[in-house]
Design a protein around this ligand. Sequence first.
Ligand SMILES: Cc1ncc(C[n+]2csc(CCOP(=O)(O)OP(=O)(O)O)c2C)c(N)n1
Length: 630
Amino acid sequence: MPMGMADAVTVLVSRFLKFSSAHPEWPDRDRLVLSAGHGSMLLYALLYLTGYPGMEIEDLQAFRQLGSKTAGHPEYGHAPGIETTTGPLGQGLANGVGMALAERMVNARAGDELCDHFTYVIAGDGCLMEGISHEAISLAGHLKLGRLIVLFDDNGISIDGATSLSVSDDQLKRFEASGWHVAGVDGHDGEAVAVAIANAKAVSDKPSLIACRTVIGYGAPTKAGTASTHGEPLGAEEIAATREALGWAHAPFEVPEEVLSEWRAIGRKHGQAYEAWEKAAAKLEPEALAELTDPITPAVEAKIAAAVQQLKASFVAEAPKLATRQSSKKTLEALVPIVPGLIGGSADLSGSNGTRTGSQSVVAPGDYAGGYIHYGVREHAMGAVMNGLSLHGGIVPYGGTFLVFTDYCRPAIRLSALMGLRVIYVMTHDSIGLGEDGPTHQPVEHLASLRAIPNLDVYRPADAVECAECWELALTSPDTPSILALTRQGVPTLRKDASDENLSAKGGYLLSEPEGDRQVTLIATGSELAIAHEAAELLKEQGIAVALVSLPCWERFAAQDQAYQTQVLGTAPRIGVEAGVAQGWERWLGTGGHFIGMASFGASAPAPALYEHFGITPQTVAEAAKQAIG
Ligand SMILES: Cc1ncc(C[n+]2csc(CCOP(=O)(O)OP(=O)(O)O)c2C)c(N)n1
């Protein structure tokens, strides 16, 4: 792929791409996304040639080695100029849609002087075969993202052989049907590629696809055009013959000075444009400037803390019985107006998720001033587009669907975590408590499977107070994505005082404890905290010394020191309660602990009947506690 697309990408980078290698973070640079991440060397070579800081020839020599910047697939944060982590095919394409959308949204707020650039994506057959490509191109066409240009490496080859083994789509017609401008060119004809890119740039109300017909392994005399060049080494003989065929007489990793200096000049070409941007940016107040990149400044964090404190006080005063999806909506009503760049959305479940607030207007084709995105029934693309929105800068995205459909966006959630992005997933209907929709919609294994993803905070607030606290934590975690697992059904307000301290910040805390030694500790999350609370009352009536622990975020609790964990969990027998599978709970329950939750799929019935049927009740919890005490 790096050999086959080198010609087309050279045209793109040398003649069109607006960037300055000395200023890789320039917010108004064009974005270049290598969606076909297995071709990573193409990107690394470009970064070296154009003079990105810290990308040296030694880094290219350390390709795919431990600790190198040049991992097998491009990894965001490893080196300046890597705009996103790619490798899982199709993700980069959808990230590009998010970046192109972010560009228009920031442009609508900040104006042309500060935000006016293109997003280019290099995608292969594999990206276009993946289902996510359909969701992403459909959304991009609908939103008329004219500043998105995809160069398709149309080489007719994937790993198993010719793409004709498995696909016969007419890709141009397919994109056209989704509202794209399309063109097909010989990807080795530089002029043709240049004309196609210029034409695509001129089409302002449609994203563009340029299918570049290329030869995989271009230049390798016997292996070019075959699947074997995809992943197998060419071998010494073929490499020697390739050098000869391409007229390249230089030693490995030797770039002649005149070639390098020409490329380095390309890296400096847009220096004036950068300076003009800098001048325009200098006129902004610091807060306004921050809004172009990371809108959650210390000043905004302070506003969030104050708003959350107020919310907590009113929730404690009113003590509502409220679904946490509703308390989440109330929290958003307060936060959206004070957090610039906080952009909401849902995959067609806005009302159910409670994600749209009264002040948000809708992002529409050609009109990007709104603060709310209707992603349509496209959960996977929603996740990847949110990653793109976040990567672009200037936007803190949150998006909703049902918790059970985290399965549909899991690859994107995993990448939010791997890249360390501030992306917030608002996942409602988080257990059998959703009731009549039945087991297809009732998550059972999802909390466990999401908790297995590193660097992902999974929050399951128990009441309105915790919900506001968890939102604050999600918004103020710059390097960690968050899942908010929220109920459909009403839950009582269990917190009785609105302490200044964000009690959810440590992930778990004692909601109540007996005077003197405890005999048993009940630990619960989300809606099951109310059940554990009732169980605790039953036990107290029987003279049993019981402590009640709320554990809204395991990841945060796991990060606390041993002393705090022991103080909270105690040394008495522990009972865990959560309407999900037991997996993972052994970590908190220890030996002699007991878990009450789900061991099968759910069923269709009203929520109270389901809790009764599956034995998640105050009585079963109290009974288990008594047994544990012996
Ligand atoms: C989601 C996903 N599935 C499978 C793979 C493994 N894989 C990497 S490249 C590739 C074939 C891609 O073919 P194409 O896009 O045509 O790339 P080319 O062979 O032309 O470089 C596959 C299946 C992957 N990286 N991501």
